[in-house]
Design a binder for this molecule. Sequence first.
Ligand code: SF4
Ligand code: SF4
Length: 204
Amino acid sequence: MTILGVGVLKGLGVTLKTFLETYPWGRVLLRAVGIPSANGLVTIQYPDERQQHSERFRYFPFLVYDKTPDDLRCVSCKICEQECPPACIHIVGPAKDEQGRPLKAHGRTYPVKFDIDMAICMSCRICVDVCPFDAIEMDNQYEFASPDRFGRLVFDKQQLLKSAEYFKQIKPSEAAEVDARLAAKQAKTAPPAKPAVPPNPSSA
Ligand code: SF4
Ligand code: SF4
């Protein structure tokens, strides 16, 4: 037989236990009545102390480059710009020559301008999920507070660029998955190896 309200009481019990665990006297009280209690302190002495975030913690996006900053993976396809729910990505590009042909760097077209308005970004990660080139990833930096809303919180391409090495450091598992995906893609598009030329018997 189901007793109505048991779930609510259990929930209130968990809330009360968590509340008591937050205080030293509360933990003493819990132990005194035989309830095991963890250190429930959830605040730290920020900014002297920093919280260790899990690898999956995400804040704002950044643009990934491979070896040098002009070797960015972004090809300016603008898919992320179209899919960003609050429309906080603004891209101009790709860069073109005098004849209107797209310029390339490291074999790829690239954006002339790539801005993200961090004051509007809601860290949803949709830009990362829709990017076909693994060119944009989520950062774990969150200390952006500034009184200068437009001067400091609209990040341009230079501010957004971070190396693939940095991505590996902050999110090793995710970076390994991305590397494997890119390597598989590269293997598919690589030209087939030329057959070995048989030795010329006349030259022997
Ligand atoms: S970050 Fe990705 S989706 Fe956005 S424009 Fe660049 S390549 Fe396209
Ligand atoms: S994380 Fe979401 S809101 Fe922020 S830029 Fe990407 S798609 Fe837009």
